[in-house]
Write a protein that binds this ligand. Structure first.
Ligand SMILES: NC(=O)c1ccc[n+]([C@@H]2O[C@H](COP(=O)([O-])OP(=O)(O)OC[C@H]3O[C@@H](n4cnc5c(N)ncnc54)[C@H](OP(=O)(O)O)[C@@H]3O)[C@@H](O)[C@H]2O)c1
Length: 263
């Protein structure tokens, strides 16, 4: 069911964190993985530990037209693509007063524009192979209204909306398009906040029904599900992978209100 032999999978942001874990799990299940990101030494470190003839194709997805250029560079290296994991992304923590137009351009260029253009560039190759699976990594930030992250939340809401629209466009040609909205996952994205905000780890863990931060493998295993035949009748979906933070924890908080106490 999770067999990816003879499949080629592209993972952006494969040099660390959720992308690295996704590249590893897809390789373990038989896929040939194309790894992308900016830092070639990190990509080569990960590729060096994969077994199915991995390929490194670097790109800076903040650059204009880089999504299209990356699709062309990938198709020059491999015969075609079956799975695309659009994972590369940056955070943008700014109050409304701090946020500049350059900040907005930067976060939208990577998290939204290049994600879409890479998908459009690789889609025809999937169609030529009879279909495929596109997995977009969005965020729970796109599902609620987090303080101090209006631009980031906007990019992730856009990713979920594009997921549904592209699933509609390409469903007839056999391409499934889904997104994963991670909650709090221990990766480099949190490094600065973890070191500078006292008690952050404990505070955030309390908001999660499962009472722990997620790790990259918690998300990568869901990437495997969407890449594989196990999810063959699922498209246009956004699946939160957040230990119950978005849905369960709100009801847990309500249960603690005095008027709901049994006593
Ligand atoms: N960790 C969380 O709690 C969390 C929660 C919700 C959603 N997410 C989402 O999950 C995805 C992965 O995040 P992560 O936590 O694994 O972050 P991470 O450890 O910071 O990894 C980000 C990846 O994206 C690549 N990247 C960054 N800027 C890039 C650019 N301009 N061009 C090309 N690649 C670029 C990085 O490689 P280089 O630096 O080498 O380019 C790296 O491989 C992101 O889309 C993020 O928004 C994460």
């Amino acid at each position: 069911m999770f067999d990816l032999n003879d499949k080629t999978a592209v993972v952006t942001g494969a040099s660390r964190g959720i992308g690295e874990a996704s590249a590893r799990v897809l390789d373990r299940h038989g896929a040939r993985v194309v790894l992308s990101g900016r830092t070639v030494s990190d990509l080569e470190r990960v590729a060096g530990e994969l077994k199915n003839e991995p390929v490194v194709v670097p790109a800076d997805l903040s650059e204009p037209r880089s999504g299209t250029a990356l699709a062309e560079a990938i198709l020059a290296e491999v015969d075609g693509v079956d799975v695309l994991v659009n994972n590369a992304g940056i955070p943008m923590r700014r109050t409304p007063a701090q946020l500049t137009e350059d900040d907005v351009d930067l976060v939208f260029s990577i998290n939204v524009r290049s994600l879409l253009m890479l998908s459009l560039g690789l889609g025809p190759s999937m169609i030529a192979r009879g279909g495929g699976s596109i997995i977009n990594i969005s965020s729970v930030a796109g599902l609620h209204g987090p303080q101090g992250r209006v631009a980031y939340a906007g990019t992730k809401g856009a990713v979920d909306a594009m997921t549904r629209a592209l699933a509609s466009d390409w469903g007839p040609q056999g391409i499934r398009v889904n997104s994963i909205a991670p909650g709090i996952i221990t990766t480099a994205i949190w490094e600065e906040s973890r070191n500078t905000v006292p008690g952050l780890i404990e505070d955030l863990a309390q908001r999660v029904a499962l009472k722990r931060w997620g790790d990259s493998d918690d998300v990568a295993d869901v990437v495997l599900f969407f890449a594989s035949e196990a999810s063959r009748y699922v498209t246009g979906e956004t699946l939160t992978v957040d230990g119950g933070m978005a849905k369960v924890s709100a009801s847990a908080a309500a249960a603690a209100l005095p008027e709901l106490d049994d006593g």
